[in-house]
Design a protein around this ligand. Structure first.
Ligand SMILES: *Cc1c(COP(=O)(O)O)cnc(C)c1O
Length: 455
C-alpha cells in the first residue's frame, strides 16, 4: 500500500472522465466570471489539509465553484483579447497526453511524440515558405517563443562578431504596434528596443524601419542585432511590411524575426496569404496554435530557418545530460529557453492529422468571413463607428458618445448578464471596442445580440 499511488476509485475515475468528455462537447459553454478571493474562500474553504479532503470532494468543489469562477474562453461570444476555440479532437488528445507521462524534451525519451510534433511544425514551416532544413519546437506561448527566438538572434550576432559584441547591450528593432512580449524579452535580455513608429493603420513599413535605422548613431547601429516584425498585431490585426523589413535586415546582415503568434494562422487562408509576402525570408517565426489554430493552451510553434544557431544558443550542458548533448538526435529542449517539456504540440498534431490541413484553411476562412460580415453590420449601425477595415479577424469600433467609464460599465454588465465577454481596448489614446474572431461557432446572431446591447 502506498499513501498516494493506489488506483483511483472507479467512481472518481468515471466522474473525472465524464466531466471532461462532457466539457469537450459543449459548443456553447456558460460564459461565467471571476469571483473575489473572499468569495472563493467562503465557498471553498481550505482544500489543502494534512489528511486530504478526498478526490470526490475536491472534484465537487471544482465543478460547483472553481470552474464557474473561470471564464470559458471558447464561448462563442468571448470576443476579447484573443479567444480560443480548440477542436474536440485536440481537447480529447490533450487528455490523452496528460495521461501518458511523455517527456518530450529529448528524442531518447520522447521520439514518437517528437516525430509527430515535428510533422506539425513542418506544416507551419511550409506555410511560411521555410526551407527543408528548418525546424523548431513547441513552447508555452508567444512570449516564450519570442524570447527564445530573440536570444538565438543575439547569439548569432555575438558569435559572428567574434567577441567584439560580447559586452555590447543589444538593440531590437520593432514596431510601436509590436506585442508587449517583445519589450518583456528585451528586459529579460538586458536589451533595448528601437521603437519604429507605425503608420496610421498600425503597420511598420520598410520605409519607416529604414528611417529609424538611419537615424541611429554608428554606435547604436552596431548594437542592432534583430528586426522583429509582427504578422498581425494583437490590438488591431495588421501585418507589418514583411518584405520591406526583410530588405532592411538583409542590408544590415542581421536576424529577421516574425511574430505571428496571433495572425500567423492566416498564412493558411488563401484569401489573405499575399499579406504575408516576405515571411519566407525570416530567420525565425512563431505562431500560437492556442490562438487561431484551434488547439488548447498552451501551445506556440517556434520555427527557425537554421535550427543549429538556436541549438548553439540554447542547449543546456550538464554532466547528467551528457548522453543527450553528445548525440545528434533532435532534442526539442535545445531550441528554446526550457528543458523539461510536455508534448504540448501533440493535441495540435492530432487534430491536424485528423481533419487535414484543408479543413484548417476552410475554418480560418470562415472566421474571416464572419469578421467581414460583422464589419458591415457595425458600419451600418447608427450608434457605432468603424475604426478599421479588418485585414485579419479583428475589428475595432467606437460607440459614439461613450466615455471610458461607460464602456467599462457596459462590458461588466454584459459579462455578468452572460451576454458576452468584450472588454474595451484603446486606439490612439481613445477608448474603443474590439472584436477578435477565432471561433467558427460564433454566429451573426451572436454579433447582433452584442451590438443591440450597445444601443
Ligand atoms: C498573443 C501574442 C503574443 C504572446 O503570446 P502568449 O501565447 O500569450 O505568450 C505575442 N505576440 C503576439 C503578436 C501576440 O498576439
Amino acid at each position: 500500500m502506498h499513501a498516494t499511488h493506489g488506483q483511483a476509485p472507479d467512481e472518481l475515475t468515471q466522474a473525472i472522465v465524464n466531466y471532461s468528455v462532457q466539457r469537450t462537447r459543449l459548443d456553447d459553454p456558460p460564459l461565467d466570471h471571476a469571483m473575489s478571493p473572499a468569495e472563493l474562500t467562503a465557498a471553498v474553504g481550505q482544500t489543502i489539509t494534512p489528511a486530504g479532503i478526498g478526490g470526490m470532494e475536491a472534484l465537487r468543489l471544482f465543478v460547483d465553484v472553481l470552474a464557474p469562477a473561470c471564464i470559458s474562453v471558447d464561448n462563442p461570444r468571448f470576443l476579447s483579447f484573443i479567444p480560443a476555440a480548440p477542436t474536440e479532437a485536440s481537447l480529447l488528445f490533450d487528455m490523452l497526453v496528460g495521461a501518458s507521462s511523455i517527456y518530450a524534451g529529448s528524442w531518447m525519451e520522447g521520439a514518437g511524440a517528437v516525430f509527430a510534433e515535428n510533422q506539425a511544425l513542418r506544416w507551419v514551416a511550409d506555410l511560411a515558405g521555410f526551407p527543408a532544413g528548418a525546424g523548431g519546437v513547441f513552447v508555452s506561448g508567444g512570449t516564450a517563443g519570442n524570447l527564445s527566438a530573440l536570444v538565438a538572434a543575439r547569439h548569432h550576432w555575438r558569435s559572428r562578431a567574434g567577441g567584439a559584441h560580447d559586452a555590447t547591450r543589444p538593440l531590437i528593432a520593432a514596431s510601436s504596434g509590436a506585442h508587449s512580449s517583445i519589450k518583456s524579452a528585451a528586459r529579460v535580455m538586458d536589451a533595448d528596443v528601437l521603437r519604429v513608429a507605425a503608420d496610421d493603420r498600425g503597420r511598420m513599413t520598410g520605409e519607416a524601419l529604414r528611417a529609424a535605422v538611419d537615424s541611429l548613431s554608428d554606435v547604436d547601429r552596431a548594437r542592432l542585432c534583430v528586426i522583429a516584425a509582427t504578422s498581425g498585431t494583437t490590438n488591431i490585426g495588421v501585418i507589418d511590411g514583411l518584405a520591406g523589413a526583410a530588405d532592411v535586415a538583409e542590408a544590415l546582415g542581421i536576424w529577421f524575426h516574425v511574430d505571428g503568434a496571433y495572425g500567423g494562422a492566416g498564412l493558411a487562408a488563401p484569401s489573405i496569404r499575399h499579406l504575408y509576402d516576405g515571411v519566407e525570408r525570416a530567420d525565425s517565426f512563431i505562431v500560437d496554435p492556442h490562438k487561431w489554430l484551434f488547439a488548447p493552451f498552451d501551445c506556440c510553434a517556434l520555427v527557425y530557418r537554421n535550427p543549429s544557431i538556436a541549438k548553439a544558443a540554447h542547449t543546456q550542458h550538464a554532466e547528467y545530460l551528457d548522453v543527450l548533448t553528445g548525440s545528434d538526435e533532435w532534442n526539442p529542449s535545445d531550441y528554446a529557453h526550457h528543458l523539461s517539456r510536455r508534448a504540448r504540440g501533440l493535441p495540435f498534431w492530432f487534430s491536424l492529422a485528423t481533419h487535414g490541413t484543408d479543413a484548417y484553411s476552410a475554418t480560418i476562412e470562415e472566421t474571416l468571413d464572419i469578421t467581414r460580415r460583422a464589419t458591415k453590420l457595425i458600419a451600418n449601425t447608427a450608434y457605432l463607428q468603424l475604426i478599421n477595415e479588418p485585414e485579419l479577424a479583428i475589428v475595432m469600433f467606437r460607440r459614439i458618445g461613450w466615455t471610458r467609464a461607460e464602456y467599462g460599465a457596459w462590458s461588466n454588465k454584459a459579462l455578468y448578464d452572460g451576454i458576452a465577454f468584450v472588454v474595451p481596448s484603446s486606439w490612439d489614446g481613445e477608448t474603443v471596442l474590439r472584436f477578435c474572431f477565432v471561433n467558427p461557432l460564433t454566429t451573426m446572431d451572436d454579433v447582433q445580440v452584442i451590438l443591440d446591447s450597445l444601443a
